[in-house]
Design a binder for this molecule. Structure first.
Ligand SMILES: [Zn+2]
Length: 51
C-alpha cells in the first residue's frame, strides 16, 4: 500500500510505502522511514514533528 504525503526531507509530496509488518512508513524518494502509529492522526503528527 502506498500513500502520498509531503516528506519533510524531500520537501515534496511523494509516495510512502506502508510496511505493515514493521509498522513503518518509508519514503520512496529518500528512503527515510517513520514509525507508523495506529492512529493516522498520530502518524501525521509524528511525521511532521520529526521535521
Ligand atoms: Zn523523502
Amino acid at each position: 500500500m502506498n500513500i502520498f504525503l509531503n516528506c519533510p526531507w524531500c520537501e515534496d509530496e511523494v509516495a510512502f510505502m506502508v510496511d505493515q509488518d514493521r509498522d513503518e512508513l518509508i519514503c520512496s524518494a529518500c528512503s527515510t522511514s517513520f514509525d507508523l502509529a495506529p492512529d493516522p492522526a498520530v502518524t501525521f503528527a509524528l511525521l511532521y514533528a520529526a521535521a
